[in-house]
Design a binder for this molecule. Sequence first.
Ligand code: NAP
Length: 304
Amino acid sequence: MHAAFDVSAPDNLMTARLIDGIALSQRLRGELATRAAALGARSHKPGLAVVLVGDDPASAVYVRNKVKACAEHGLHSVLDRYPADLAESALLDRIAALNADPTIHGILVQMPLPRHIDPHKVIAAIRSDKDVDGYSVLSAGELTTGLPGLRPCTPWGCLKMVESTGVPIRGKHAVVIGRSNTVGKPMALLLLQAHATVTVCHSATVDIGLHTRQADIVVAAVGRRNTLTAEMVKPGAVVVDVGINRDEHGKLCGDVDFGTVRNALGPDGWISPVPGGVGPMTITMLLSNTVDAAERLERLEGQA
Ligand code: NAP
């Protein structure tokens, strides 16, 4: 392995510090386990339902990891697996049952769904206070208008990663590369809410480097290797890499040319690796949303 890409190598004093998603996840998950245990002791054990339709191998791994994380941190979980030819109406019926189930505080339907099922209809069917993926139009509206609500797990985790560096976000210039509804757009809104000045780049942006070279914070969420390279960053910036790609050797990598960008950021900069960065934080924020949803329900029941 090339030393520059070995994130387990001892820190080089001249390169950017690592935003360690595994360590941050462990810390946050410890706090969540304590809150889950306290809820459980009051007969409100947080519960997550994960629904998988079809046999996509990557999706099967994702749902297994989510269910495993629940078990490890004292959350109740159910995993529903259905064949790819499940009727849309049957899936909607199952969501209605989970909406009414008092032991379930979060419902996650793993995407992508088979083509004959409309994902928008499915997401809209999930009760908004159980929308722990934060993908519904209502959750997006709550984020846009600054109302409290369940935030999409991946960008929410990225925000926690930036915060973990101790670099204040207020007044900083943040550039988000990517504008998907699930990552890029909510990321931009979260940074805006944290008082950054935000630029969003996408596939039609003429010169991404023009923007990123001025950025104090860069979040890359594209799904293309080497989208962010050394000459595109400012020394001292914070870089969070959301992308999941494979290099020419089949090895997992992000959107950022990790080794050279880490050097270019210098000792005042921060960078998250892939793997070991955003991935574990996404599951952590799913647990966090489920615990938040359970606490909220308990409060509402207490007021009733
Ligand atoms: P997506 O829906 O495909 O969106 C990709 C975005 O990148 C789009 O907005 C697209 O622009 C933009 N883009 C494409 N090519 C570009 C280019 N050459 N220059 C600049 N922008 C470009 O993907 P996504 O769901 O947001 O995910 C992005 C990446 O993050 C993927 O690799 C995904 O696997 C990864 N991901 C990781 C996690 C995790 O937990 N670690 C979670 C979610 C996603 P247009 O809008 O103009 O097409």
